[in-house]
Design a protein around this ligand. Structure first.
Ligand SMILES: [Fe+2]
Length: 381
């Protein structure tokens, strides 16, 4: 018997349209009295955020909001957030928004009272044990996009403002105590964010499904997550108020993040440096490189992609699956190449080095080397 693995499962999820109405009640249920709501600059001025703050205030929980969060948040955003957290005497964080707000809120909850540097808590081996777990604030997560899945994850991505490198910061206690998945909150997303975040969910499911590690639970979740994206992302893109399809996309996002405990791969290891250097949208960047990464991994994944295609009702095996991705990209007006996103050939060596340092590399079915990774980047241009 050689099968061995470490598995864990996610958290309490309050799922359904209108369930944002339970935010204050859920905060109280986990003992919060003065939560800090962390969101991004764009969301801060929207009615859904005001309504959430109104609800907290009415329930006697204050209406504190921190929104100095960049699209690819860095340690400066985190330090400003920690200052706000301390100044307000807060006792927990409500992470409200897309991936940036969710991840930065988690970093504030993690780091508000630690003595170690956040970079010492990168997702490497048992580095998380360097943190004082008793000083991590409780987290309530409220996603307003359907892609990142950070609402059910135990990590956050933070960009180093000096090196522009994205680091995954991990701690088991970063798993939110409660997550509210309310698809009504996603209805107002700009179309390109609906497309990009949805493709991030697909990338999580696809990379988890293709990763070589043994985790059959994740494998099953990833496969069903892909089905939900293929069937519902075109619907929400065409009709943003289709709440049922929005709900399925929210499920797919959470499923992607649960599944990628099994590993990510080259889509993310290419996308992270491109996002860090060019500030491109994470999920959109994933979608751009997705077909080329399928080609890159073909020899290792052809059999399992054929099985997926059969389940998904896609004719033509591997080639049919790849074609389906190309059609979906076109339907969602995703750029066809990294060049179209502004990536320059002159920086490929630098991007290649960054990709090889990215922890997602380890889950790619084909070993990534300097030569083949540079060639993959070139193919994506
Ligand atoms: Fe992602």
């Amino acid at each position: 018997m050689t099968i061995q693995a470490n598995w864990s499962y996610p958290t309490a999820i309050k799922f359904g349209a209108g369930r944002i109405a339970e935010l204050a009640e859920q905060c109280k249920a986990i003992g919060l009295k003065r939560p800090l709501l962390v969101t991004d600059k764009a969301l801060a001025s929207l009615p859904i955020t005001a309504a959430a703050l109104d609800q907290l205030e009415t329930a006697g929980l204050g209406r504190a909001c921190f929104s100095e969060v960049d699209p690819n948040p860095n340690e400066k955003n985190m330090e400003a957030g920690i200052a706000a957290y301390k100044a307000g005497g807060h006792d927990g964080v409500i992470c409200f928004g897309g991936g940036s707000a969710l991840d930065l809120g988690k970093m504030i909850a993690l780091m508000h009272d630690q003595t170690v540097s956040v970079w010492d808590l990168e997702d490497i081996g048992d580095w998380y044990t360097r943190a004082d777990a008793t000083k991590i604030a409780p987290i309530v997560a409220v996603p307003t996009t359907a892609g990142t899945g950070s609402e059910v994850g135990r990590a956050g991505v933070l960009t180093n403002s000096v090196t522009h490198k994205k680091k995954i910061i991990f701690h088991p206690k970063l798993l939110p105590a409660v997550t509210i998945c309310d698809p009504e909150l996603t209805v107002g997303m700009p179309k390109f964010i609906t497309a990009g975040t949805g493709m991030d969910a697909l990338a999580h499911c696809l990379e988890a499904y293709c990763s070589p590690f043994y985790h059959p639970m994740s494998q099953g979740i990833a496969l069903e997550g892909m089905r939900l994206v293929f069937e519902n992302l075109p619907k929400v893109y065409a009709n943003p108020t289709d709440l049922e399809a929005r709900a399925h996309m929210m499920s797919a996002a959470a499923m992607g993040a649960v599944a990628f405990q099994k590993g990510l791969g080259a889509i993310h290891s290419l996308s992270h440096p491109v996002g860090a250097v060019y500030n491109t949208h994470h999920g959109t960047t994933n979608a751009v490189v997705m077909p080329m990464v399928l080609d890159f991994n073909r020899t290792a994944i052809e059999d399992r992609i054929e099985r997926a295609a059969a389940y998904l009702g896609i004719p033509g095996g591997f080639d049919g699956f790849r074609q389906k991705i190309m059609e979906l990209r076109a339907e969602l007006a995703i750029p066809e190449t990294l060049s179209a996103m502004g990536v320059e050939a002159a920086r490929l060596d630098e991007l290649t080095e960054m990709a090889l340092e990215d922890p997602s590399c380890g889950g790619n079915p084909v070993e990534m080397t300097r030569e083949n990774t540079r060639a993959l980047f070139a193919a994506c241009l």
